[in-house]
Design a protein around this ligand. Structure first.
Ligand code: NOJ
Length: 552
């Protein structure tokens, strides 16, 4: 078995589990760097930017899907799980990318999309060409339609991107797709499906990947009764392990098999679950018998608010201790409004963030974003995140303080959310706009052609080039923060008394202190050497919407 990881001098924690406190940088490959001038980012583009990633100071990268795909859902509609989209490169390019990352001491996690394939996958084509009841149809979820000739859907279920979740195939049968109709759900009761995914995990593990991010990890096991419930009935069922669709207990049998495979490698491969489940049910996904880690999106869903942050941090640290995993922290990814924009939106119904983000996405009204406040809060939140025990998952471009791009012309939009809601929801394209590398020039250094999503003019001043030479830039803050974190990250945390409900402070065992001021008033910092701050500290006072790190 090839194992490129074993050869390099990675930093690991005492038990060798590097992922426990890693800073992982999510790359959305089509929007990272375009090496061949076709407007789409690609794998050689990533390879060419390994020095940048190294200098940034992250421990690993997570690649969103780079597999062949018609891009009905940004690559989460996979045609072939064991190949590279020819527009993004070849398997040789993949190997070269892993070699370059490996030489720089950076690990690579790849996205696995097991809940559904694309409708162009060879299996789905075979299912369409095969009769009802065939082995080919059994790999997916087919049902007879209702009505005399099956002309009515088997249920009124709505897909997550809008529109019906059942689509007819012309012979009275319908297939289920929780997401877009180009993403038919696989049947995980089918042994061939299970074996094939084991093969895929082996394929990428053998090519040197350190781990996997598992898409919709809570959705694979399904148990649909003969008479399907209505959408309203389905929504009313508790999600306690027995729901027909979500977070069923049997899903963990699948991950136990995967774990066996992961542990046959040295070092063991790891995985992080994208599991939208109740916090107290996350632990099974994150356990050592399961995937190893699970995303916690609780901070992402919190307002910029001291009490909410504290409660989320306390509960998640306790949960990760219970599961034997480590906590994960996330503020931005390819599915949500970037955090500087979220934090700059006015509150709606008393909430700063969540409804605000939905409001922006739903085009109800013109968004009014306080750009300066949003960025100050985002920088403060990120520094707090990077001081926490556990792993931090960072999303490409957040190190530049990129905002959500809200005004993409309709003609350029790509997200199925936009199309399936007939344009009433703008979807997720605004966080997927290609990165600006240079202050000027075509596509701000992303490539030589027009990028696949248009970049706003302000990307020039937010580019890597512009921010690299600026000691106050967000990029400089991330680089310094990641460097300090890499030296001081061991151990748990102890909360400190601040005497101010708007201020959170905690200390790590080696004296590293993080203080975040969520309010508007100046706060006098405790004694200690100032290591870094997200906004200038003047005369020992921390301004509002800011974090400072001290060595106490
Ligand atoms: C979650 C992914 O993060 C998202 O981008 C995708 O649309 C859905 N899963 C479906 O695969």
């Amino acid at each position: 078995m090839t194992d490129t990881l074993r050869q390099s001098g990675f930093t690991t924690t005492a038990d060798g589990a590097w992922w426990r406190d890693a800073a992982v940088y999510q790359i959305y490959p089509r929007s990272f760097a375009d090496s061949n001038g076709d407007g789409l980012g690609d794998l050689p583009g990533i390879t060419s930017r390994v020095p940048y990633l190294k200098e940034l100071g992250v421990d690993a990268v997570w690649l969103s899907p780079f597999y062949p795909s018609a891009l009905a859902d940004g690559g989460y509609d996979v045609d072939d799980y064991r190949d590279v989209d020819p527009r993004l490169g070849t398997l040789d390019d993949f190997d070269r990318m892993i070699e370059a990352l490996d030489a720089a001491g950076l690990r690579c996690i790849v996205d696995i999309v097991p809940n559904h394939s694309s409708d162009r996958h060879v299996w789905f084509r075979e299912a369409l060409a095969s009769p009802r009841g065939s082995a080919a149809r059994d790999r997916y979820i087919f049902r007879d339609g209702l009505g005399d000739d099956g002309e009515l859907p088997p249920a009124d279920w709505v897909s997550t991107f809008g529109g019906p979740a059942w689509t007819p195939v012309g012979d009275g049968q319908w297939y289920h797709h929780y997401f877009a109709l180009e993403q038919p759900d696989l049947n995980w009761d089918n042994r061939e499906v299970r074996d094939d995914f084991l093969e895929t995990l082996r394929f990428w593990s053998d090519r040197g990947v350190a781990g996997f991010r598992i898409d919709v990890a809570h959705g694979l096991a399904k148990d649909l009764p003969d008479i399907l419930p209505s959408q309203a009935e389905l929504d009313a069922l508790p999600i306690d392990g027995s729901h027909p669709m979500w977070d069923r207990d049997e899903v963990h049998e699948i991950y136990a098999e995967w774990r066996e495979l992961f542990n046959s490698y040295s070092p063991a491969r790891t995985a992080v679950a994208e599991a939208w489940v109740e916090a107290d049910r996350r632990g099974r996904y994150a356990s050592a018998e399961g995937l190893g880690q699970a995303f916690n999106f609780d901070l992402l869903e919190s307002d910029f608010d001291a009490a909410q942050f504290r409660s989320v941090i306390e509960s998640n640290l306790a949960l990760s201790e219970k599961s034997g995993s480590s906590s994960t922290w996330v503020f931005s990814n390819h599915d949500v409004v970037r955090h500087p924009t979220r934090y700059g939106l006015p509150p709606v119904d008393g909430r700063q963030v969540r409804q605000g983000a939905e409001w922006l996405l739903s085009r109800g009204r013109e968004p009014v974003v306080d750009v300066d406040l949003g960025l100050r809060r985002a920088r403060a939140a990120t520094m707090l995140e990077l001081a926490l025990p556990g792993s931090a998952y960072l999303y490409q471009g957040e190190e530049l303080g990129l905002p959500e791009v809200a005004d993409i012309p309709d003609v350029d939009r790509q997200d199925p959310t936009f199309f399936r809601h007939q344009g009433t929801e703008i979807g997720r394209d605004g966080c997927r706009v290609p990165l600006p590398w240079t202050s000027a020039g075509p596509s701000f250094g992303f490539g030589t052609a027009a990028p696949h999503l248009p970049q706003p003019a302000e990307f020039g001043r937010l580019s890597v080039e512009a921010e690299s030479g600026d000691s106050d830039s967000t990029l400089t803050m991330y680089r310094r923060a990641l460097e300090i974190r890499s030296r001081l990250r061991e151990g748990g945390l102890e909360w400190m008394e601040t005497g101010n409900p708007q201020v959170l402070a905690f200390r790590r065992p080696n004296g590293w202190v993080s203080v975040t001021n969520f309010g508007d008033e100046l706060y006098e910092l405790p004694d200690g050497e100032l290591l870094l701050s997200s906004s200038p500290v003047v005369g020992g006072f921390l301004p509002g919407a800011a974090t400072a790190w001290l060595q106490g």
